[in-house]
Design a protein around this ligand. Structure first.
Ligand code: GAP
Length: 449
């Protein structure tokens, strides 16, 4: 199995320098494990989310979209098991006041006993016995800050879907099997966040809950397992960097009857890590919400004259983590023949690249800037382009390579007379001469590949 290099530090630097991802509140020293998406990052994330929405909602007649609120009735989280069960055991050091997960491999000895050693300050006997810590962010609804007003920031979008199961089913007249998909923010007060945008405290999820007749759930589980792997491969992630991981009984979440992760190999010491979870949640969630709300969440199948609580097969993927996988997968440094300086390339699939084409006048005279502006303005109606006339042409190519722009269009000495330009391919470096009238169609077709 190839051992991919660790490119994380290089990516963090590229992402800041080129405007993909910035640390949140950086001028105040940053907020722990919270990140902002800059001009290129927001385009890339949106392209990824649109691709998911397209595949899951627009292209299918058996999945409906939903956008439920982040704030929900606090009983939702009691029913879902998050108030009681969404916990990590933590230990505190009474000397340096640092907090660790109880299973942190850096802790020597058993926390709570005199032999345990704090991994931060090195003192012995200062670590508390493990205490359970809930990962949900709490806040208050309304002006009174008492326990009756506690409300949570949702740790997953899925619960907003379950409580709307009947609203969606009845308003769309969908028949089982059918799914509900949504994209939205989720919040987890992670104890060991890190690895850039891999594990953060504020992130997004793209989740789809597929409601099926009990007994058909494992068939659908296998279907979605295969479908979702194909989707990740279709993003351009190297096939050999993707694998399934089956959850053991110890790993299974409280709601899951069966679960597989789709893992991506992030290289270095991080290696294979989850980017998506596919879960057979049975009737756990709808059953719990029926119990806690007292409202029936059943489905009546007219054809078979049967009434039942549907089972759920869930596909849950994080766009932030998948975006990181795309960056890691696409990042490469390479030598260029005949040039002393190498180049850095983000080999993003053209459909996902934030900018589809750079448009350059070879020199800033002879009408070339005017023609290049006209071309850029025309193409901008179809896809994002970037006009650049500063510096040597080689430098301009390199700047686009580094942000993953698949095509660079250059207006040169022949352009005005022949109404043609050169189009350079980011990966092959081949240059083709294309008629200006054909540019939209040419690039449009290549982006759709
Ligand atoms: N509704 C099921 C659920 O939330 P999960 O495996 O906890 O399942 C699904 O989360 C996906 O959400 C993960 O595969 C990951 O891509 C993303 N995710 C979870 N926690 C995250 C975090 N702290 N930071 C970034 N992404 C996260």
């Amino acid at each position: 199995m190839p051992n991919y290099p660790d490119v994380m530090d290089k990516l963090v630097s590229l992402c800041k320098r080129r405007g993909f991802v910035f640390q949140s509140s950086e001028i105040y020293g940053g907020t722990g494990s919270v990140w902002d998406y800059g001009p290129l990052g927001v385009e890339l994330k949106r392209n990824l989310q649109d691709r998911w929405w397209n595949a899951m909602v627009r292209q299918r007649d058996d999945i409906e979209g939903l956008d439920s609120a982040i704030l929900m009735h606090p009983r939702v989280w009691e029913a879902s098991g998050h108030v009681g069960g969404f916990v990590d055991p933590l230990v505190d050091c009474s000397n340096c006041k640092k907090r660790f997960r109880a299973d942190d491999p850096k802790i020597k000895g058993t926390p709570g006993t005199p032999d345990a050693q704090c991994p931060a300050c090195g003192m012995k006997g200062t670590l508390s016995a493990p205490r359970l810590f809930n990962l949900m962010f709490k806040t208050f609804m309304g002006p009174v800050e008492d326990t009756a007003a506690i409300i949570y920031l949702r740790p997953e979008t899925a619960q907003g879907t379950y409580v709307n199961f009947l609203n969606v089913q009845q308003s769309t007249r969908q028949k089982i099997p059918f799914g509900i998909a949504q994209i939205g923010k989720a919040f987890r007060n992670e104890i060991t966040p890190g690895n850039f945008i891999f594990r953060t405290r504020e992130f997004e999820q793209m989740e789809m809950q597929f409601f099926v007749e009990p007994g058909t759930d494992m068939e659908w589980f296998e279907y979605w397992k295969a479908e979702r792997m194909k989707w990740h491969q279709g993003l351009g992630l190297a096939h050999e960097r993707l694998q399934y991981h089956q959850h053991t009984n110890e790993e299974l979440a409280h709601y899951a009857r069966a679960a597989f992760d789709v893992q991506f190999d992030f290289g270095g010491t991080l290696g294979f890590q989850e980017i998506e979870g596919i879960h057979n949640r049975g009737d756990f969630d709808l059953g719990q919400h029926q119990k806690f709300s007292g409202k029936k969440l059943e489905y009546f199948d007219h054809a078979s004259n049967k009434r039942y609580t549907p089972f759920v097969v869930e596909s849950a993927v994080g766009p932030n983590r998948t975006l990181l996988a795309l960056l890691v997968n696409g990042y490469r440094e390479e030598a260029v023949e005949g040039e002393s300086e190498g180049r850095t390339v983000l080999g993003l699939k053209a459909a996902l690249a934030p900018i589809k084409a750079g448009v350059f006048p070879l020199v800033k005279k002879d009408g070339m800037p005017e023609m290049a502006h006209r071309i850029a303005n025309d193409l901008r109606n179809a896809f994002p382009v970037f006009y650049d006339d500063s510096g040597a042409i080689g430098r301009r190519y390199r700047r686009q390579d580094e942000i993953g722009t698949p095509f660079c269009i250059t207006v040169d000495g022949e352009s005005a007379g022949a109404n043609t330009v050169t189009v350079r391919d980011r990966d092959t470096l081949a240059q083709e001469r294309i008629a200006v009238d054909r540019l939209r169609e040419y690039i449009g077709t290549r982006i759709a590949e």
